[in-house]
Design a binder for this molecule. Structure first.
Ligand code: SF4
Length: 554
């Protein structure tokens, strides 16, 4: 069946007077929440309207908002981090959630507080504009705790990409910041179009050979190369990655980005524009499930896509060999190039909270404030404090020890494990993720320890549905929620993020996970492979399935 030309979401965006819709009127009304149309238009302003699904049926359970920041490269000054922290306490649920796109989300904001929160962000030169919705999302960038000169050059590149693709609409300023009103008819969106993009669009930046940004999961990625003086001389360009899919719908699938070729450094913005506008003009606007760039490339073919981009760009990609990828650890004390130190914190599921016996949020706040430390959020939901003076190291260690905070993760398995927020607030969640991650990791850790493989723990990720917000399909081992308490099991991705995982089993229950993990790890140990990723990729889905019993995998 042919998809309709425009889905209702397209008509809504197109008729929204550049993302205004009825947002201003509904914001001023005494209703606790927004209408369905307004909720869709809230997204490009950085908001999702949510409900606490644990309190369904409770009349005192108002709709609340999640706000997400636009923080290119996850870089924040000390003052900016403190504003996010203050907002979490003043308007949110007293937690900050670090995201896999190096941003911060605040949950539980009442509609009546939304404007004040965004004004406070704006005063600190922060924004939520474009953090959600069918626009170019937060540009991610390989974290650089080492202050390597090559990676440092990416800071301005991330900023210029973020600026170039920001929606031009003045709606954000008018609605949330009481900015001067502009006639929507006088505005235009030459890059994004009047209906904005068909779906979200993700851009990532790194240096060739260093893939801490999970480059292949992005719609568009650039990996910098350097000349003999260490100055960026070009980029490998990639396109067509994306994690989202729908269980049991083979027309949807996760996909890793394709290498398009190498480009000179001054061609980054023209190539990015050619890729974004190709998706703008040819992306599927009839079926939102198949609207990401990856489906355009999969349906029309990579050759067609490259030819289209090259025609728009006016030049051709140069074929070059990629260096081997690695992912450098960013946890713990790391010397910086200028004599200062960075301190990388493992943050379970990215949740910065004060828990009994583990007051991480207040400890971080006190360190950032007391030592005036800039902050870097990593694509693995971690947080790095920067520019720590040698003389302050011992004091910082004492402060953390006094609070019982260890920046290191509890085990190697925890180092890079991710979970999406899922229940209770994500409206799409089918199963738990963040809330059961500690229990799931404990089961996997136990199996790894039992078989003597804890130091070779795989990269593990978990989501509450198939959408894949925590990038499960590029992990070595992953679970994606399929039904309440049941998960599809994936294996075979690589630590370096350049290999796609495949489905091993469906509807594995939480209760069966200890047995499932034990059988998988036992089979890996018996096979004698060095890394789980290599074992899983070598023996494939059928043999992995055979390693599980019928009782635990159907
Ligand atoms: Fe929600 Fe699914 Fe994304 Fe998790 S993966 S945050 S459950 S949409």
């Amino acid at each position: 069946m042919t998809a309709p030309l425009d889905s209702p979401a397209e008509a809504l965006k197109r008729g929204s007077r550049h993302l205004r819709g009825t947002l201003a009127e509904e914001l001023a009304s005494p209703e606790p929440g927004f209408s369905a149309d307004a909720q869709a238009l809230l997204k490009p302003h950085g908001f999702y309207q949510q409900k606490d699904r644990d309190r369904r049926g409770d009349p005192a359970n108002p709709p609340v908002l999640m706000v997400r920041g636009r923080i290119p490269g996850g870089r924040l000054s000390a003052a900016q981090y403190l504003v996010w922290d203050a907002l979490a306490g003043r308007y949110g649920d007293n937690t900050l959630r670090l995201t896999t796109r190096q941003s911060i989300e605040l949950h539980g904001i009442l509609k009546g507080d939304a404007k004040a929160a965004l004004k406070r962000l704006h005063a600190a030169l922060l924004s939520a504009k474009g953090a959600c919705g069918d626009v170019v999302r937060n540009v991610t960038q390989a974290p650089n705790p080492w202050k390597r000169s090559g990676l440092s050059q990416l800071d301005r590149v991330a900023e210029s990409l973020a600026r170039r693709f920001e929606a031009r609409s003045n709606a954000y300023a008018e609605i949330w910041l009481d900015g001067e009103r502009v006639d929507p008819d006088s505005e235009s969106e030459p890059l994004l179009s009047e209906a904005y993009l068909p779906r979200k669009f993700k851009i990532a930046l790194t240096a060739a050979g260093e893939n801490l940004v999970d480059l292949y999961t992005n719609d568009l990625g650039f990996a910098a190369t350097f000349d003999g003086d260490g100055v960026i001389d070009g980029y490998f360009a990639f396109a067509g990655g994306g994690m989202g899919m729908t269980h049991n719908d083979p027309t949807t699938f996760p996909r890793l980005a394709d290498l398009l070729g190498w480009i000179p450094s001054d061609q980054l913005l023209p190539v990015a524009e050619a890729v974004v506008t190709t998706q703008r003009d040819h992306g599927n606007r009839g079926d939102r499930k198949r609207a990401r760039l990856k489906y355009l490339i999969a349906s029309k073919g990579l050759d067609w896509f490259i030819a289209e981009v090259e025609e728009r760009w006016g030049r051709a990609f140069e074929p070059r060999d990629l260096p081997v990828w690695r992912t450098s650890p960013v946890l713990g004390w790391i010397p910086r190039g200028d004599g200062t130190w960075a301190l990388g914190f493992h943050v379970e599921s990215g949740r910065v909270a004060d828990r009994v016996g583990h007051p991480l949020r207040s400890a971080l706040r006190d360190l950032v404030e007391g030592f005036e430390l800039p902050v870097l959020i990593t694509p693995d939901q971690g947080l790095i404090l920067l520019d720590i003076l040698e003389d302050d190291r011992a004091d910082i260690e004492d402060i953390l020890a006094a609070r019982g905070i260890d920046p290191a993760s509890p085990s190697r398995l925890h180092d890079r494990a991710l979970a999406c927020p899922a229940l209770p607030f994500c409206g799409l969640a089918i199963a738990e993720a963040e809330r059961v991650l500690p229990e799931v990791l404990a089961h996997l850790d136990a199996a790894l320890t039992r078989h003597g493989l804890a130091e070779r723990a795989p990269v593990f990720r978990m989501t509450g549905c198939a959408n894949g917000c925590a990038r499960p399909y590029s992990a070595e081992l992953a679970l994606a929620g399929q039904a309440p308490g049941r998960y599809a099991l994936y294996a075979g991705g690589s630590e370096e993020g350049d290999r796609l995982a495949f489905e091993v089993a469906q509807k594995v229950s939480l209760a069966d996970l200890p047995e499932v993990f034990d059988r998988l790890v036992s089979a890996w140990r018996e096979a004698g492979d060095g890394a789980f990723r290599d074992f899983a990729a070598r023996i494939g889905a059928d043999d992995l399935r055979a390693a599980l019993t019928r009782e635990v995998a159907k």
